[in-house]
Design a protein around this ligand. Structure first.
Ligand SMILES: [Zn+2]
Length: 251
């Protein structure tokens, strides 16, 4: 590939709606800049408290798959995929199998930048978020290793792994133990579309009603921590996920 090939971003999430409330600003700014964006979500959210008109867990899962697709369209996501893991059960999933699914997708999609939650579990400390962080972190490193998963195609070295972090806590919930951020993204220009994407999750609208005013005060910025890169370097404060990025594809 040449240096003119578009940059690629992969975002790995646990539940339909993570892509908008946690990562929506980063996804939209990247798309506007011509970056190809992909979202891989592990579960279809069958264990959600808010169940809309769903008649069964399976029905809710089907509804949430459609809502996820609609949200990704609003966020201008190039490619989205929802895996078939059980909501609320990722801590019991087979670690190697789950990571292999991501290694395969990283080697196929060849992202330059990978986004996911931090090990704290994000702003609501959800255990599924913690596990997605663990799977994605291992996959980021192992996709680049010629010793790992040799049957899953040629290695790919992504250039940046970022964890989503937060500068606020829900007053009524157990506070996360957040990592310090290295990237401050001003997403105020697109923040209204984060809410538009969230409203595409119609089964989760009660959540939106509960938290909208809380989020509206805090939706103008997203925070990310640089967690890994192929080049040894001191942590510096950035305002973009792509600063100084050279496109290096091995194949
Ligand atoms: Zn979630």
């Amino acid at each position: 590939m040449t240096d003119k090939a578009p940059l690629k971003l992969l975002c790995v999430t646990a539940h339909p709606d993570d892509e908008c409330f946690a990562f929506g600003g980063a996804l939209m700014l990247a798309a506007e800049a011509g970056v190809e964006t992909s979202v891989i979500c592990f579960t279809d959210g069958q264990a959600a408290t808010n169940r809309g008109t769903a008649m069964s867990p399976q029905h809710l899962g089907e509804m949430r798959r459609a809502e996820f697709a609609a949200s990704c369209d609003i966020l201008s996501v190039t490619h989205h995929e929802l895996l078939d893991y059980q909501d609320g059960q990722l801590e019991f999933a087979n670690f190697s199998e789950a990571t292999a699914k991501l290694v395969k997708r990283i080697r196929d999609l060849k992202p330059d930048v990978v986004l996911t939650f931090g090990l704290d579990g994000g702003m609501n400390t959800h255990a599924d978020h913690t596990l997605v962080c663990a799977f994605t972190s291992a996959a980021f490193h192992w996709a680049a290793s010629p010793k790992r998963f040799t049957e899953l195609g040629p290695v790919h070295t992504a250039q940046r792994l970022f964890f989503n972090t937060t500068n606020f806590f829900f007053p009524s919930r157990h506070a996360p133990l957040p990592g310090p951020w290295t990237v401050t993204l001003d997403v105020s220009r697109v923040q209204h579309r984060k809410f538009e994407a969230f409203r595409a999750h119609t089964s989760q609208l009660p959540l939106m009603e509960k938290f909208q005013s809380f989020f509206e005060k805090r939706a103008s910025h997203e925070y990310y921590t640089l967690a890994a890169t192929p080049n040894p370097q001191p942590a510096v404060q950035e305002t973009s996920l792509f600063t100084g990025l050279r496109v290096v594809h091995e194949n």
